[in-house]
Design a protein around this ligand. Structure first.
Ligand code: PRP
Length: 177
């Protein structure tokens, strides 16, 4: 393990197994229907790539580039849309996929934008949800793991742009960087 990682919170195999069961639930929900997955860059890249390989319905993958942490450990409180390039989603079943639900600002801002496009249905899926009171009252429909309020990296999650490539979710040793 790297010295910057204090503890492995979720191992590679725990993440892999949970993604498989999450995908089974999502497959049942959308059986016989088409789905558009909208992943939120950049944190959701790895989670989306892995879960989508287990989804069985006709699937379209789109991305939306939003940021609120700007590399640090605390949300700036402002969700910045770095682009809004989405196709016409009117009448579509949309699943927003993100790596982590923390304050809830990102998911609620993006949900509002997507809902306004006249979608047929909108659901949300996150790999991690922090167990805390959120700034925005928002819950994800599909959650991989509930975690305590700790700063985690790996499997798509970064600190100052780094650590997204770690195959596990780890707690960062902020004193040892
Ligand atoms: C992170 C993460 C989520 C969001 C969650 O994104 O990927 O999108 O913050 O936090 P919230 O619930 O408090 O809004 P970040 O701004 O770090 O951008 P990134 O995905 O490019 O890392």
């Amino acid at each position: 393990m790297r010295k910057e990682i204090q503890k492995i919170l979720l191992s590679e195999s725990e993440v892999r197994d949970r993604i498989t069961t999450l995908a089974t639930t999502i497959n049942k929900r959308y059986e016989g229907q088409e789905l558009v997955v909208v992943m939120l860059l950049k944190g959701a890249i790895i989670f989306t790539a892995d879960i989508c390989r287990h989804l069985e319905m006709p699937l379209q993958i789109e991305c939306l580039n939003v940021a609120s942490y700007h590399g640090g450990t605390e949300s700036s409180g402002q969700v910045e849309f770095l682009d809004r390039k989405l196709p016409d989603l009117a009448g579509k079943n949309v699943l927003l996929v993100d790596d982590i639900l923390d304050t809830g600002l990102t998911l609620s801002a993006v949900s509002r934008e997507v809902q306004a496009l006249g979608v047929n249905s909108l659901k949300t899926c996150v790999l991690l949800a922090k167990n805390k009171t959120r700034t925005e009252e928002v819950n994800a429909d599909y959650v991989g793991f509930e975690i305590e309020n700790e700063f985690v990296v790996g499997y798509g999650l970064d600190y100052q742009g780094l650590y997204r490539n770690l195959p596990y979710i780890g707690i960062l040793n902020v004193e040892n960087l």
